[in-house]
Each structure stands twice: as C-alpha cells, then as structure tokens.
Design a protein around this ligand. Structure first.
Ligand code: ADP
Ligand code: GN1
Ligand code: MG
Length: 389
C-alpha cells in the first residue's frame, strides 16, 4: 500500500507491549510532555529511516481524542540533539508567523513542538535518549509513492514555497545538524573509505556497483565548486525532501505541511529539488528489487519542476535553474553511495527490514542515475520549457 492515512498505523520503531527497545516505560516518557486528557494508545508509526516514531492518542474528558507524534531522536546520527531542537523550534516559530501573515492555519501548515512540563522542547530519559513531541496533523495522508502528476506538482509547489518562506531566515543562526550533509565530494570520500575498509567483507560481491560509483567521481564536485565560485547562492533548504516528508490533506490532496525538519540547514536549492526527484519521479520504490521497474518518469520530472519553480516564485537565478537536472542526478548518486557505503559498513545508518536492503536501495539509485544520463537532453529541455512558462 502506498498511501498511509494518518493514524492507521505503521510498522516500525522497535516498540513492544508498552516498552521500547531498551525496556524503558514509554508512558513515563509521554508523561513528561504537556498533553491533555487520558492516555489511550501509543503505537509505532511511519516509514522514516532515521527516528523512532510513535503515534500517541489521548481521550478527552469532553469526548473525542487528541493525537500527538512522539519521536525518539536518532542520537547516533544527530550528535547534537539539543542544537537540533533549537533549529526546529526556531524554524517552526518563524514559519508560524509567516503562515499567519499569509492567512494560513499555523496549527496545520507547520510542525508544532509540544513542550515538556519544564518548558523544554525535548526530554532526555535516564538512558540518555532524547525525545520530542509534535501536534499530530490531523486529516492528512502521507504518500510513499506518487499517485498522480498533480500530487507531485503540488509537492513541488510546497517545497518551493517552503524555501521561499525561509528566504529571509537568518541562516547563520542555524546549527549544522549533520556537517557536510549534501557535500557530495565528502560523501564520496566516505564511500571510498567504506570500500577500502570493507568491514563486512562485502565489497567483492558488489564490484559492479562500486565501479559504477567510482566512475562518476568527477561529477561529485560540480555543484559545490559552483557554490565556492559564487555562481550558485546558499539558501536555507530542507535537505530531505522525500515525498513522505509532506503531509497532504486527506480530501483535497493539497500539500498541507512539510515535516522532518531535522536537516533544515543552509544548502543549495538543488538539494531540495534533486532529493524530491530521486524519490518521487522514479517509476518504482526506493528499495525495488526488480530494476527493470526503475526509470525516471519524465512526465513526473516535468510536473515537479513546474511546481517547484512556481513555489519559488521567480527567486531562483538563471544558473540555479540551468543546474536543476544536475541536482537531480547528483542527489540520486549521492544517496546511492550513502546506501552502498552503509551496506559495506554493516547497515549502521539507515534502518533495514531485510538482508541486503541497503544494497537494493543503492541499486535503484544507480539505475536512476544511468537513466537520467540517457535522458539528459530531455531533462535539460524540460527545465528550459518550465522556466519559460
Ligand atoms: P524520519 O526522520 O524517521 O523520517 P519523520 O519525522 O519523517 O521521521 O516522521 C516519520 C513519519 O511520521 C512521517 O513520514 C509521517 O508519516 C509521520 N509524521 C511525522 N510527524 C507528523 C505529524 N506532525 N503529523 C502527522 N504525521 C507525522
Ligand atoms: C533518510 O529521515 P528520512 O527517512 O526522511 C535520510 C535522507 C535520505 C533518505 C533516503 C537524516 O531520510 O538523507 O535521503 O533517508 N535522512 C538523514 O530514503 O540521513
Ligand atoms: Mg522522514
């Protein structure tokens, strides 16, 4: 099933019978946050690869329920959870003001952090884990796969708009939650290290994939070099613009809220554009095993490009627009080498649900890169056409 109606469950989180993996009473964690009503249910939720997410439901004395998202932050990935939450609080408070000034609904159109009894944006449990809570955005769906060009166009508008809403945000006040997150040459060096170390003795089995990645080393610098040369501007970007990081209204299917703000940091527009394309414009799932099913769908590529440019409302420079296809290719390539490096290192970063999961994910990304290379002229022409609309 590709659509998950908010509230109907999920499958992850390592949480059994009221206790999380470490056996800590989760109710004790929940009790730290300022919620109302009687705790009725808590279930693992969502398909994120990083945090442990739970849906928490309260019954209200006056009848009805109120729901929240509880997350255990991934402390081994986000080394500075306190700084991370400082970003999330500051960005969401800023977005609230912008949304209000535009006549929108700030309780639905941005994440809202629920504070603890001591007015903190996070709770650290006795084992050192960091937890946070958000208002659950009701009456929304989260898509795991694009269902129509219109959905994808809408997500393009939403991500373009998100970037525009943050255009005047003081970027120098943002903490870098994961240094060099989309620095592709730095990711390439991490990948090379993983190949050399070959901790799990898996490299011999994936020679072809390694060769594919190594053959594209010279591409890795293209965007960061343009940034260094001052030919591309640094902006405040989301940096993790997968389709399942947007909530769509359950009825109108309009994009309502952009979530997963852990990686909002200064970056290039290409990071947001490219990451959306690699996930949403693929004809198959990120972990599809049958590579014949994986291609870049140019109709979807066009729909997103149109939406994104519209959402950015003329704020992108000519050079930025010209380089959008490169953003798509490099973000896909980068994600591929991250998955492959994680496979070689023993699956320590991305959550896996089967043997070889990260390898399957790397293969789909490389297949997409190849398909983009084959369709390069068409992708460039589509971007040029959308620019003129
Ligand atoms: P991860 O970093 O692990 O991807 P996310 O913050 O993206 O974690 O959350 C995982 C999933 O939980 C999302 O894909 C979405 O389905 C759901 N979710 C997260 N926050 C909310 C929210 N405030 N309201 C409704 N659903 C949410
Ligand atoms: C992770 O958190 P989630 O599942 O939305 C990852 C992204 C990858 C993505 C691949 C903080 O995103 O960078 O592109 O998996 N997030 C982090 O699906 O590393
Ligand atoms: Mg997510």
């Amino acid at each position: 099933m590709s659509v998950r109606v908010s509230g109907l469950g999920g499958s992850e989180g390592g949480f059994m019978g009221g206790k999380n993996r470490e056996g800590l009473e989760i109710d004790q964690v929940i009790a730290q946050f300022k919620t109302k009503g009687r705790l009725a249910e808590k279930i693992p939720y969502g398909n994120g690869h990083i945090n442990d997410t739970f849906l928490v439901t309260y019954e209200m004395p006056e009848g009805g329920t109120r729901r929240y998202i509880l997350q255990k932050m991934n402390h081994s990935i986000f080394k500075e959870p306190v700084q991370l939450m400082e970003n999330v609080v500051n960005v969401t408070e800023y977005l609230r003001k912008v949304i209000i000034s535009q006549g929108g609904d700030p309780d639905r159109e941005t994440l809202n952090v629920v504070k603890t009894g001591s007015d903190s944006s996070y709770y650290q449990d006795v084992q050192g884990n960091y937890w946070r809570m958000f208002l659950f955005v009701e009456h929304t769906v989260c898509l795991e796969k694009v269902e129509s060009e219109k959905d994808f166009y809408d997500s393009g508008v939403a991500f373009g708009n998100f970037q525009r809403m943050l255009a005047d945000y003081p970027a120098n006040t943002l903490n870098e939650t994961i240094p060099n997150f989309h620095n592709t040459p730095s990711r390439f060096r991490d990948f090379q290290r993983a190949v050399q170390e070959d901790k799990m003795k898996r490299a011999a089995m994936v020679k072809e994939e390694i060769a594919f990645a190594l053959a594209r080393e010279k591409d890795t610098c293209i965007l960061v070099d343009l940034l260094k040369e001052g030919k591309l501007p640094l902006r405040v970007t989301h940096n993790d613009t997968k389709l399942n990081n947007i909530l769509f209204d359950a009825d109108s299917k309009k994009a309502v809220c952009i979530i997963d703000l852990d990686t909002v940091m200064p970056g290039l527009s290409h990071y947001d554009f490219g990451d959306s394309i690699r996930f949403g414009a693929s004809t198959g799932a990120e972990d599809e095993k049958d590579l014949d099913k994986i291609k870049i769908d140019l109709g979807l590529f066009e729909a997103f490009t149109k939406g994104y440019l519209e959402g950015c409302k003329g704020s992108l420079t000519a050079k930025e627009i010209e380089m959008l296809p490169m953003g798509a290719k490099l973000m896909t390539y980068e994600c591929g080498i991250r998955f492959l490096a994680d496979y070689l290192e023993g699956d320590v970063y991305f959550k896996i649900h089967r043997e070889g999961h990260n390898l399957d994910r790397a293969r789909t990304q490389f297949k997409l890169v190849k398909d983009m290379e084959d369709k390069w002229d068409e992708m460039m022409a589509i971007v040029e056409k959308c620019r003129q609309l």
